[in-house]
Design a protein around this ligand. Sequence first.
Ligand code: ATP
Ligand code: MG
Length: 269
Amino acid sequence: MSINTRDYMVPEGKSIEIDSLPTKYDGNLEREEGLELFNELLLKLRDLQELLYADSSKSLLVVLQAMDAAGKDSTIRNVFGPINPQGCKVVSFKGPNSVELAHDFLWRIHQNVPRKGHIGVFNRSHYEDVLIVKVRELAPKETITQRYNHINAFESMLHDEGTRIIKFFLHISKDYQKVKLQRRLDNPDKLWKFCPSDVQERTRWEDYQKAYEAVFEKCSTEKNPWYIVPAERKWFRNLLVAKVMVETLESMDLKYPTAQFDPKTIVIP
Ligand code: ATP
Ligand code: MG
């Protein structure tokens, strides 16, 4: 396969101009070819997830972040839908409720990290606390500055304790978002997905892009990397996310447990 996932990974400490990165890219593949590769990856992913479950000493956390209407939901449906639901949990983080607000920003996050043997998917995450919170000035500047270090320390602890973390930013253009939001408005079956505040957030597009750039520069590490996924070709987006997941699981040195008994000595009556 001609996709090198490292091309999409943000190297540690690198400052990125997201604007210069493609949103509509297909890895020089034909759609048909891409779909075929995706289906092969899904089969591998299913096997690897079973292995993760059987091994049960490590877990995988997938963080999904994006501007509104970039396709987080559809990525989850396409890539994680085929996975055995017994070993995979999706958690969506909305604006914090009063109990969550009465705690530190990682409190609700930590409770939802995947248990050993499981895959956890965060639809939005602790990164909102340095994204929307920064853009809308919902916390003091110093607090936000400190949070990057706290996030790195938290993720590093999770990694050392057996949770691999991969973080995806689904990258779309402002024009593409307009088309997608308009489609929600025009289609009665999609209207429920539209939130008038999405328009408000859109007016701060440039501030969000800057806030994302700060995240990539400060919080993409060799252990817990960020990937910037060109997300306007949905099949390519799914393919890239699935490939990174397969490669990550393959690198986790997972093993089926050895039996505590000799199967040859057991007779089924
Ligand atoms: P869609 O892309 O389909 O609209 P969504 O993830 O945007 O899905 P919504 O319910 O529309 O889901 O939005 C959730 C909102 O909660 C987002 O605007 C997000 O920025 C906000 N949010 C999440 N975490 C926090 C946080 N820690 N502080 C403040 N706002 C947050
Ligand atoms: Mg929304």
